[in-house]
Design a protein around this ligand. Structure first.
Ligand SMILES: Nc1ncnc2c1ncn2[C@@H]1O[C@H](COP(=O)(O)OP(=O)(O)OP(=O)(O)O)[C@@H](O)[C@H]1O
Ligand SMILES: [Mg+2]
Length: 743
């Protein structure tokens, strides 16, 4: 046989729900962490990687600049070597020729033109006298009279020896028509300096030579002399420019360096660049190359930007996904919590229903038993009393019968409590103020509380009108106060409080309709009840008292009374701290009477004709005997049909009828029938089992009274006397006696 899984192996649904709630919250937290991780980790990686790549890119850019510098330096060296060589050859060719001979030397001019044409960097070659007047020029023959060039200090050049050369700063060459710088060597006549040979290169030469070259962005290349004059540059210059002494390389040169790198914002075009420079070994010229610092890493930056954007997009997508996930997880958690709450509420409601059903079932049983028991007690009471009446002088019999009557009365109280719990007690509700009613019972309650305990009344200052049976309300309070008395060990304090409580639609549990309720709290500082005791305290016969000490009917009566009056009773208790039992009674709109009604003392003898209706012949017989012993004349009927016939025939002065009867009418209906059309036939209803409260039509009517079985003779006499007194007080009281029976 396959094994059946044991329920213990399966977690309870509540535990599973609680588990789900915890895991949903945990999931939510995890999603948050994972998302932060998913976004943060790549972001940090990319940022770190980007920074690293950028350093690499800048280093690569620097290396590239260094390469370009080396290349350019080599090229420049060649250019200056060529220019120097040309200058020296021309100086040799022109040596010892007079100024006028030179001016007319077409051959020399042709040679200069040819030399200049052969070298792209040579813009012009000129031979001058000591003052710079142009004697021969590669660009024109004969040279224009007025053409002059600015010469360097020739004496200084001579001192430098045959190899000595000097650079002339960029100037406008009037013959060539361009701005150019020159390389000058001295020219001799008979051993004396007679002028100079100048080989010129246009300042925009580098623009032509390097125009298409762009190894880095914002690329710049230039030749600069020791004084800071920019001899040639790419990008080209429109005007000759002399750099400030503070420029990076000039400062370094002054400090003795011959090469280096520096970063500076160019005073020429305002672009920030990284520069590499070197002074040529044989020429007083600095070669400089530069590139935009950001440009050095531009490509890399673009890649990084693209990555960043892609990452941002991915982060956004992940964020959106996580948001959706977290929302879903949050909803899931909320749902689970909702289910848990609903489940708890359902279980509470189930518990309450179960409790109510249990009390109902017990009530049904006890109600039935009490009813039959009451009938038996009624017979016993009647018989005992008639026995006593028949032998008034037998003392021994009197003692025994008195004991019997006391016992019967105890039995009657017990059944009354049972009926109360079963909500089958006959109640005579009247409109009364709860606080006033309680104030009227102070002495009774003080007795129940006991002398050792402090009894405090905290009564609402405003009237709390309710419709209850005052006698039962008293009994109820006495039960509660004596319970408190029984659980107090020392320094007892019992508080009886009244207050108003409004129950809204959302609170309307426990079968209570929404509305206003008068609440009576009986609070003590006794030992309190454990949960399991509180859960069962309203059950009849539930007691924690020793055998024979408690019936367990006190709270059952309170509960039944409260329920029957349209309210309920609640227990709040903390073991070791105390207990509060609250009785909730619906507030009524009925006007409060000035004074509660009181019963009159019975007269000596009753001179009235009574029609007695009861289906139980024994009960009827006993009752009839009692009535007769009080002086009444009695005729009997077994059911309502017979009763109606007798009422019509005999015109009785009082109708005494059982409530529960077989046949076409019960006692209430018979009473209503007998009092139709405003007839005021007094009616005494008797029952061991009322079934419910008096019907609306009879509840407050004058001339109607109720007695629960078993009935002591004195109570019977008092009740009838009360009815007859009311009858006599009434303006048409006389007419009631012997009135014609209704049709
Ligand atoms: N104020 C209270 N403090 C603590 N426990 C209480 C209190 N009132 C009632 N109880 C508990 O509830 C049980 C039932 O109370 P209930 O009044 O119905 O019967 P009882 O007091 O035991 O018997 P009886 O009322 O006949 O003396 C009590 O036995 C007691 O355990
Ligand atoms: Mg009690």
């Amino acid at each position: 046989m396959a094994a059946i899984p044991r329920s213990a192996d399966v977690a309870s649904p509540q535990a599973a729900l609680a588990d789900m709630s915890v895991s949903a919250r945990r999931l939510n937290r995890w999603i948050g962490l994972v998302v932060i991780g998913l976004i943060l980790a790549p972001l940090l990686a990319v940022a770190g990687g980007a920074a690293w790549l950028r350093t690499i890119a800048v280093a690569e850019g620097r290396a590239r600049l260094a390469e370009v510098l080396a290349m350019t330096a080599h090229h420049t060296d060649t250019v200056f070597q060529v220019n120097g060589e040309i200058a020296r050859q021309v100086a040799l060719a022109a040596e010892d020729l007079g100024a006028e001979a030179l001016r007319l030397d077409a051959r020399l001019h042709g040679r200069l033109s040819e030399m200049a044409a052969r070298h792209a960097h040579v813009t012009a070659i000129a031979v001058t006298d000591r003052d710079g007047r142009v004697l021969v020029h590669s660009g024109a023959f004969p040279a224009p009279d007025e053409a002059r060039l600015v010469l360097p200090d020739l004496a200084g050049l001579v001192a430098g020896g045959w190899q000595a050369v000097a650079l002339t700063p960029p100037r406008h060459d009037p013959v060539a028509g361009v701005v150019a710088f020159g390389l000058a060597v001295p020219r001799f006549e008979a051993g004396r300096v007679a002028g100079a040979v100048v080989v010129e290169t246009a300042t925009d030469y580098l623009q032509h030579a390097y125009g298409g070259l762009a190894p880095v962005s914002d690329f710049v290349v230039g030749w600069i002399d020791r004084k800071g004059w920019v001899l040639s540059r790419r990008p080209r210059l429109d005007e000759p420019v002399r750099l400030d002494r503070a420029t990076g390389h000039l400062r370094a040169l002054a400090a003795g360096a011959t090469e280096g790198q520096f970063e500076e914002t160019s005073p020429i075009d305002g672009v920030r660049r990284l520069f590499a420079w070197r002074e040529l070994a044989h020429w007083p010229v600095v070669v400089m190359v530069g590139g935009g610092r950001s440009g050095l890493a531009t490509a890399h930056d673009r890649v990084a930007l693209a990555f960043g954007l892609a990452l941002l997009g991915a982060a956004g997508a992940i964020g959106a996904l996580a948001f959706a996930l977290r929302r879903a997880a949050g909803r899931h958690a909320a749902l689970v919590e909702c289910v848990i709450e609903a489940d708890a509420a359902r279980r509470k409601a189930e518990d309450r229903l179960h409790q109510a059903q249990k009390l109902e079932a017990v009530g049904l049983l006890t109600g039935g038993v009490a009813h039959d028991f009451n009938n038996l007690l009624a017979i016993l009471m009647g018989c005992t009393e008639s026995l006593q009446a028949r032998h008034p002088d037998d003392r021994a019999l009197r003692e025994t019968t008195d004991m019997m009557i006391v016992t019967i009365e105890r039995g009657a109280r017990l059944t009354a409590d049972l009926l109360s719990f079963a909500r089958k007690q006959m109640l005579f509700p009247v409109a009364c103020d709860v606080s006033r009613q309680i104030a009227g019972s102070r002495t009774l309650l003080a007795k129940a509380a006991g002398e050792a305990n402090q009894l405090v009344f905290d009564l609402a200052p405003v009237p709390l009108p309710v419709r209850v049976d005052p006698a039962h309300l008293d009994a109820c309070l006495i039960n509660l106060v004596s319970n408190a008395h029984d659980v107090i060990e020392r320094d007892g304090r019992i508080v009886v409080r009244t207050r108003l409580r409004v129950i809204g639609p959302e609170e309307a549990a426990d079968g209570l309709a929404p509305g206003e309720y008068a609440v009576i709290d009986v609070e003590d500082n006794g030992r309190g009840m454990p949960r399991e005791v509180a859960a069962r305290a309203f059950e009849p016969f539930f007691t924690t008292k020793a055998l024979g000490r408690g019936t367990g009917l006190g709270l059952a009566m309170v509960y039944g009374f409260a329920q029957q009056s349209g309210g309920t009773a609640l227990i709040e208790s903390q073991p070791g701290r105390g207990t509060r039992v609250s009785v909730l009674l619906p507030v009524t709109k009925d006007a409060l009477p000035a004074m509660p009604p009181r019963l009159e003392r019975p007269p000596e003898r009753l001179a009235v004709h009574v029609l007695l209706v009861d289906d139980d012949p024994t009960v009827r017989h006993v009752m009839a005997e009692s009535l007769k012993s009080l002086g009444a004349t009695v005729s009997e009927a077994a059911d309502a049909a017979e009763a109606r016939a007798r009422i019509a025939a005999e015109l009785p002065g009082l109708l005494v009828t059982d409530v529960v009867m077989p046949g076409d009418m019960n006692g209430y209906e018979l009473a209503a029938w007998a009092r139709r059309g405003g007839r005021r036939l007094p009616v005494l209803l008797i029952s061991g089992f009322a079934g419910s409260q008096l019907p609306e039509t009879l509840a407050d009517a004058e001339g109607i009274a109720f007695l629960p079985k078993p009935i002591a003779r004195a109570d019977l006499a008092a009740a009838i006397a009360g009815l007859l007194k009311q009858q006599g007080d009434a303006p048409n009281g006389a007419a009631a006696q012997g009135q014609p029976a209704p049709a």
